[in-house]
Design a protein around this ligand. Structure first.
Ligand code: NAP
Length: 525
């Protein structure tokens, strides 16, 4: 499909600015020839104004109409065919098998939201009928309004233009303006084509979706500062997410920012687990650390164990496997530079030993970094926050602890994470509980005898966690509950039946599950 390099503002192509950038193939470091136009402030403002206008219509749509639109989006993405896979591969180096799986996940999550809407009880109707001295109160969830989405570099499909944030915002009934990631502008444009086709096919207002290209912070800042934006979904670095959170908070009318940022995903391995299956854990750990060249927010970056001969043998086995594993392709120059700077910063701290790697492979024709293993102590983790910095790549840091109390104290000193993991044996269930629940306080998902990479898109998933993993620990960016980031409850007091939405009417015309006078029922009142 021929690309234009332009922005898609409410279904119209637009390239008002002269500032351009190019796609780069991370395998050859070669730039493409098509210039992509950074959106101008006027274009950003136009996209938001169109989204505000679109919201005026969409907020009246029944869930079934939005569900039909989401199904159409999934079909239009599939209609892009293998062109999408090859384009993304040439911009990210992630490889066709991974991208094929990620496309299925992306269309799957869009269709899962469509199903959620058709089932209907996601509106969470809660009704307290009138009683002595108590008015009738009826509440349900409503869309927030236009949402700004920042696409991630490492998931060009699943956390990008039509990824989880966009899918959940559209499902909620919110128009979306996406700031594309400059690491994959051509891929982003293909998704814009698919979304625009869905908007046209389903007769949605043009401002339902806009794509803003940009390779600098301006476009994102203008977007967040625009008073028409009601919420932000972001996946990326702590620095970027925090800057956007701060910008949103500085607005005269602050708005929520759902930023999913860095995480070191601590893993505790007990001596009993090592005795039972050291080789299996070492294989799994190396697979998880190097998967996707380590460019996952769930990469296991901090491994805590008691200091012992078995632990040291285990670390040596992991180090050898990391040395033997090929150095994968990194997404782009900025990621490569960021990784180099993060590892160098850690390596120069006291009490850090680099066991292997710790440097870029400068002679390589592609962006890459040596698989890296470092080692430190629990005392160092407690003394130095800097050791909890995310190394976004194939890097892990072992933490040797004097005993389980020392390990527990190190866990106490950890910041918020997306996940925490325990490898232990069934024989330890009586003794490991406290530690597991200590780790629970530090993360959004607790994993038993597994690895944190791989996030299932299911209702029960929680992909979030305390700051600095996210700016909103009560929410998730994966799974169906992600929709509630872009909705808010509104209660109606003594409002006449004829003026209430169908979900709150006594007859329950939608036939959905509601909490009526403290009892869940799908019946009429
Ligand atoms: P990033 O640098 O945070 O950038 C993400 C997006 O935010 C880009 O569109 C970027 O725009 C924009 N942005 C960054 N700073 C901004 C600011 N001050 N104001 C407005 N917009 C801003 O993320 P990245 O490019 O993916 O960099 C990789 C780093 O992000 C990794 O090192 C890793 O730590 C983290 N990461 C985390 C996850 C996760 O799942 N949690 C996923 C991917 C990456 P420009 O690029 O156009 O400047």
């Amino acid at each position: 499909m021929p690309l234009t390099g332009q922005n898609y503002i409410a279904s119209e192509l637009s390239a008002e600015g002269s500032d351009v950038f190019f796609s780069v193939d991370p395998r050859s470091k070669a730039s493409g020839s098509l210039p992509f136009h950074n959106a101008t402030r006027a274009e950003v403002d136009r996209a938001v104004a169109a989204a505000v206008a679109a919201f005026g219509e969409i907020r009246h749509y029944p869930s079934s109409k939005i569900a039909g639109f989401l199904d159409e989006v999934a079909e239009q993405i599939e209609a892009l065919g293998d062109d999408l896979l090859h384009t993304a591969d040439s911009e990210t180096g992630l490889g066709l098998p991974r991208l094929t799986g990620e496309r299925a996940r992306t269309t799957g999550q869009i269709r899962a939201f469509a199903n959620l809407l058709r089932e209907g009880s996601y509106l969470r109707p809660i009704i307290n009928t009138e009683g002595p001295g108590q008015p009738a109160i009826k509440q349900m969830q409503f869309p927030l309004g236009p949402v700004a989405v920042f696409a991630a570099s490492n998931f060009p499909f699943a956390f990008a233009v039509a990824g989880g944030d966009t899918a959940s915002a559209l499902a909620a009934g919110c128009p979306v303006a996406v700031k594309a990631h400059p690491g994959h502008p051509a891929t982003s444009e293909l998704f814009a084509v698919a979304l625009n086709a869905a908007v046209a096919a389903q007769g949605f207002p043009a401002g339902t979706f806009s794509l803003l290209q940009g390779n600098g912070i301006n476009v994102g800042q203008w977007l967040v500062e625009n008073d028409g934006i009601e919420a932000v979904g972001f996946t990326g670095s702590l620095r970027g997410g925090r800057a956007i959170y701060d910008a949103a908070s500085r607005r005269p009318r602050p708005i929520p920012v759902y930023a999913e940022m860095g995480s070191v995903n601590p893993v505790v391995i007990t001596q009993a687990a090592l005795a039972a299956r050291a080789e299996e854990i070492a294989e799994g750990l190396v697979g998880s650390v190097t998967m996707g060249t380590g460019q996952f927010c769930t990469n296991p970056g901090l491994i805590l164990l008691e200091d012992s001969g078995a632990s040291r043998d285990f670390i040596s086995a992991v180090t050898q496997k990391m040395e033997a594993a090929p150095a994968g392709v990194l997404l782009n120059e900025a990621i490569a530079a960021g990784l180099q700077s993060a590892v160098s910063g850690t390596a120069t701290r006291p009490q850090i030993e680099v066991l292997t790697g710790g440097e870029a492979i400068s002679e390589s024709e592609y962006f890459c970094y040596r698989n890296t293993v470092m080692q430190t102590t629990a005392a160092a983790i407690r003394a130095d926050d800097r050791l909890q910095v995310e190394h976004f790549g194939p890097v892990t840091l072992f933490v040797l602890c004097q005993d389980m109390d020392d390990l527990g104290a190190a866990v106490d000193a950890l910041e918020g994470n997306l996940t925490s993991t325990v490898h232990a044996e069934e024989t330890e269930l009586d003794s490991i509980g406290d530690l597991l629940h200590q780790l629970r306080e530090k993360a959004g998902r607790v994993i038993w005898n597994g690895f944190p990479t791989g996030v299932a898109v299911v209702h029960a998933m929680q992909h979030g966690g305390p700051y600095p993993a996210t700016t909103a620990p009560g929410t998730t960016s994966v799974g169906m509950n992600a929709i509630y980031r872009f909705m808010r409850p509104i209660a109606f007091q003594n409002v006449p039946e004829a003026l209430l939405p169908a979900a709150l009417q006594d007859a329950n015309p939608l036939g959905i599950l509601r909490l009526v006078d403290d009892v869940y029922t799908d019946g009429a009142i």
